[in-house]
Design a protein around this ligand. Sequence first.
Ligand code: KIV
Length: 275
Amino acid sequence: MPKGRPKRMTVPRLRAAKGGVPLVCLTAYTSPMARLLDPLVDLLLVGDSVGMVIYGMPDTVGVDLETMIRHGRAVAGAADHALVVVDLPFGSYEASPEQAFGSAARVLAETGAAAVKLEGGQAMAETIAFLSARGVPVIGHIGMTPQAVNMLGGFGARGRSPEEARRIAADADAVAEAGAVAIVVEGTVETLAEEITGRVAVPTIGIGASSRCDGQILVTDDLLGLFPDFTPPFVRQYAELAGTVRSAVSAYGEDVRARRFPGPEHVYAAGDGKA
Ligand code: KIV
């Protein structure tokens, strides 16, 4: 391993990060982006948000297992530092622990990812225990669970009422006790995310949750400002790439129309030796 290069993130190292320096996590769906992000983050999630970000779907419900495997393979093949985790999509794991094992085994075997993530709390505890006992590391996902959008009626924050907060805290306990190696806590009130982080023994990874979680995750395209029309309230945009793309493409358009592109350096001449 080259000098100074951080060690590869593994599932045991992820678990050991509980209470330490917060884990840096981002989504990736493609090989070039995975190569860029890999040295900079601890965990790359091939999220089912791929459906919305790459395929323009209105939500994640229509994403299928083949899509996750295709993108999972692209990302895992490009990463040699971060832990690569692939989402199990809606409909690929809820029917039974056996169905979940079949899907998870395909994901791990066909992509090279190290773990899967699935949504749900107490209702998924048996499945998480089943997978964990059979060598499948599972990251749980509780709070605002986007695959349940049709039941929840939208993507708004969860845990505002004491009753719902109690249910989400119980979800966290159930998922952790079932053997999840980490838990994504999404879109919950801050105090609840802090309470959950304090009570479970595994790392919590927050999104729209709290800076006190054991790690943070964002959709990379949100962080980069590639969705100018809508930015969720919990996103901090670290770049405004939509504007950069617009000005680069309009400069290209002007050059093409004025015949300034391609220039002499971009064309081939007989005997110029260019490859
Ligand atoms: O699909 C996804 O990108 C996710 C993260 C937002 C946590 O599940």
